[in-house]
Design a protein around this ligand. Structure first.
Ligand code: ADP
Ligand code: MG
Length: 789
């Protein structure tokens, strides 16, 4: 029977019982030993090797013959000698008891492999008479583990109860020798899970991190607060701050690590970073300019909106600027802002800034002070809103509103004044027609008529401004209009001014009142002449333009689209800003008494507005002036104009109801129509007139009525009267345009006559309507057809 190693040798090596050796014969015993894979040496009482089994050579390199000649403790690593001696003493004191011992033994090649042996004292056994050592080489980790197990309690306690996670691994392989409870708790492993396993398999998330730690250990002997991540049993990743040192345990190089879980701290930091990022993007992408500056005006931080607002390309360029001198138009404004915020929470201030290209912008600044811990002002933080466009728009709106109010006033005055003029003129006409009047009286009356004509022209201009004049718009090409005017202009403005007309080819059509636009050009040309008393050049130019919101001189209230631009430019004295702000107001003039009326541009403004256009002026004192009129391009085809037909002013015998609240005007109108042979009934308001319609036995053919009257106005009267008599024709009369009538008020057989009108014109219109020739036989037309003389 050949007993196998696993059954026999352990009995010897572990030495649990001594009886088997006693029962075996010497020869058998020897054979067993000699054939064993384990090495066995025998020590004599002086602890020198008296016998070594052949396996010795495989394990330590020495033949049995060599090793017995070496003093045994010469083979032991100096650091292990003391420890090993203790083991031997224990062994000597307890015969038969196996004592475990671990030590580094010098290999023949000079290395120091670790051997684990079991010493058993058989000195008293007559068959053995020695100490048997059954030994084998053990791995480093086993050795360190062993040493660790035997290490001092002091260290163990410190290790186990440490509040940080700790581990001991072999330096070479990273095999776990021990871990403390905190390590187990944070990683989720049990001690059995880890001991003997390699940390790269169980713990490290990044292989390189371990390499990094080892490099650091070999370079400086320790690692401090290295950030790395460990995986726990469940796969969850912990971020830790790792410290490590190399320690030698049982002669084995080991790494003692302490790691602190900083996952929470890291996450908080990450959260902070992300929220900071959010705030940064809030500032960066804000539509408002934001900056921080020192008290002396050094800019510390700007956002992109501010860079753009100031016309620079990069924040660096802006950071180089000095606020006070490079940004504020008026440097004292910055001090004003600071004073205001230092006095307490302040509402924003508005001021002006310079852009890189020198242009000026209006900005609204909301500032805040930033204090240090001792309440000293450190910085100012300012939010900037560019309000340039807004302010320009407001100014335009203001001007427009002011003009509207003035226009209303002017229109009202012109209206009342017209009535008076008509009375004066008609009365004078009656005097002239009266054959019994002496010649000098007739001449005086003719003077009166001439003066009223001039006065009527003035009211016409005022009405044009107030936009209550009736327009007769037609679709036309401004170039044609200019071509005709071109012949006339030089006569009008004199030889010392060179006149040029620059007509754009393919000019878009516009829908305007031809007569009025001639007036516009003439007014502008006359002003230009006045601005060039010693000569110069006048250019009247047309062009097609597309408004897309980027033209700097264009009206901010203008809609996008295609426009025809008419510009009138002179090389005259020009105007300062203050003058420009008022030129469109009626009666504003800088000309001496008697030279200017101040109505020219007011009229131009009114006509342009009424035509759906816009006017702007570009000028500077001494630098000439340019008026730009933008007219929306018409979409309808061009209309061919017909020459006015002059209708004679005959009379008739039909019955006419003449309604007018102004007594003198009613009287003169009625008298005049009677003088033409008509049968005239007169009333002072709509109610009276309606009463007449209901009660008269005469057949009224035509109703001539003022539009705006007390008690019942013209439109309502006409409606009721036509209901009574469907064949009744209606002629409305008003100083206001046909727009004073409700929309759709003009029905077939109805027309409109604008005040002031001459009596002859009234007679012609009355006749035309009675004959059914009035050119107003159309539906729903708010633009009446007839114009005053
Ligand atoms: P008036 O010509 O009767 O003074 P306007 O309404 O035509 O009235 O013009 C108003 C004012 O505008 C003028 O008095 C003048 O100060 C100024 N103005 C108008 N056109 C020009 C121009 N082309 N060059 C310089 N100033 C002008
Ligand atoms: Mg003028």
């Amino acid at each position: 029977m050949c007993p196998d190693r696993s059954r026999v040798v352990p009995k010897v090596s572990s030495g649990g019982v001594s009886t088997p050796a006693q029962r075996l014969s010497d020869a058998t015993f020897r054979a067993l030993i000699e054939n064993s894979n384990d090495a066995i040496v025998l020590f004599d009482p002086a602890l020198n090797i008296s016998y070594a089994s052949p396996a010795t050579e495989r394990i330590l390199g020495y033949t049995p013959g060599e090793i017995v000649r070496i003093p045994s403790f010469d083979l032991v690593h100096p650091d292990d000698v003391a420890q090993l001696r203790t083991r031997f003493e224990e062994c000597l004191a307890q015969p038969g008891k196996p004592i475990r011992a671990v030590a580094r033994i010098r290999h023949k090649n000079g290395s120091w492999p670790t051997m684990e042996g079991v010493l058993t004292n058989f000195l008293d056994d007559p068959h053995v008479r020695g100490i048997v050592n059954n030994y084998r080489e053990i791995t480093e980790s086993v050795r360190a583990e062993t040493a660790l197990r035997e290490s001092e309690d002091k260290f163990k306690r410190a290790f186990r109860s440490n509040p940080n996670a700790m581990s001991i691994t072999t330096l070479a392989e990273g095999r776990f020798l021990d871990v403390n409870d905190v390590f187990l708790r944070t990683s989720g492993y049990t001690r059995e899970d880890l001991i003997g396993r390699v940390s790269l398999e169980t713990s490290w998330v990044e292989k390189e991190d371990r390499t990094r730690m080892l490099r650091c250990l070999s370079e400086q002997g320790y690692v401090e607060a290295m950030e790395t991540s460990f995986r726990g049993k469940t796969g969850a990743v912990l971020i830790v701050s790792l410290s490590a040192v190399v320690v030698e345990i049982g002669g084995v190089q080991c790494v003692l690590t302490t790691s602190q879980d900083i996952t929470g701290r890291k996450r908080a930091a990450e959260k902070l970073r992300r929220s900071e990022e959010q705030y940064r993007s809030l500032v960066e992408l804000a539509p408002y300019g934001i900056y921080r500056a020192t008290r002396d005006g050094r800019i510390l931080m700007v956002n992109s909106a501010l860079v753009k607002m100031l016309g620079y390309d990069t924040p660096e360029e802006v950071l180089r600027l000095n606020l006070e001198t490079d940004v504020y138009e008026d440097r004292s404004e910055r001090a004003r802002l600071l004073q205001k915020v230092e006095a307490g929470p302040a509402s924003p201030i508005e001021t002006t800034w310079k852009r890189r290209d020198g242009s000026i912008i209006s900005v609204r600044l909301a500032a805040r002070l930033i204090y240090d811990s001792r309440s000293r002002v450190l910085q100012t933080e300012v939010f900037v809103e560019n309000v340039t466009e807004q302010r320009a728009l407001e100014k335009q709106l203001q001007t427009r509103q002011k003009m509207e109010a003035i226009a209303q006033l002017a229109g009202g005055v012109a209206h009342d004044f017209n009535n008076l003029l008509m009375i004066i003129r008609s009365r004078a006409a009656l005097v002239i027609a009266d054959a019994s009047q002496p010649e000098n009286v007739v001449e005086e009356a003719e003077e009166i008529v001439r003066a009223t004509r001039r006065a009527a022209e003035l009211t016409r201009q005022m009405l044009a401004f107030s936009r209550d004049q009736v327009l007769e718009p037609s679709v036309l090409n401004l170039n044609n209009l200019l071509a005709e005017l071109g012949n006339m202009l030089p006569h009008l403005i004199g030889k010392q001014v060179e006149t040029r007309i620059v007509a754009a080819p393919n000019l878009g059509l516009v829908k305007v009142d031809r007569g009025q636009f001639e007036q516009v050009v003439v007014n502008l040309a006359i002003n230009a002449r006045d601005a060039m008393p010693t000569g110069g050049r006048l250019v009247v130019e047309t062009s097609n333009v597309e408004i897309d919101g980027h033209r700097s001189d264009s009206h901010p209230l203008m809609k996008r689209g295609r426009y025809v631009l008419l510009s009138v430019t002179d090389t005259g004295v020009g105007m300062d800003k203050e003058t420009q702000a008022h030129i469109f107001e009626p009666f504003f003039t800088t000309k001496e008494r008697g030279k200017g009326t101040g109505l020219g541009l007011a009229m131009v403004y009114g006509i342009v507005q009424q035509s759906g256009g816009h006017i702007s002026v570009v000028s500077a004192a001494g630098a000439g002036t340019s008026f730009n009129i933008y007219l929306p391009e018409a979409t309808e085809p061009e209309q061919i104009e017909q020459a006015d037909q002059v209708v004679p002013a005959p009379g008739g015998t039909e019955t006419i109801l003449f309604v007018e609240d102004e007594e003198a005007l009613r009287k003169v109108g009625a008298d005049f129509l009677r003088s033409k042979g008509y049968d005239v009934l007169a009333a002072a308001n709509g109610l009276d007139a309606l009463h007449i319609c209901r009660t008269t036995d005469r057949s009224i053919r035509l109703l001539v009525t003022d539009v705006i009257m007390p008690r019942m106005g013209g439109a309502e009267l006409a409606k009721n009267a036509v209901a009574l008599n469907p064949n009744l024709r209606v002629l409305y009369v008003s100083a206001y345009s046909g727009r004073a009538l409700p929309r759709g008020a003009l029905k077939p057989g109805q027309s409109f006559l604008q005040k002031p009108f001459s009596m002859a014109n009234l007679a012609r219109q009355v006749r035309a309507m009675l004959d059914g020739k009035a050119a107003s036989e159309q539906q729903d037309d708010a633009q009446p057809q007839l114009k005053s003389n």
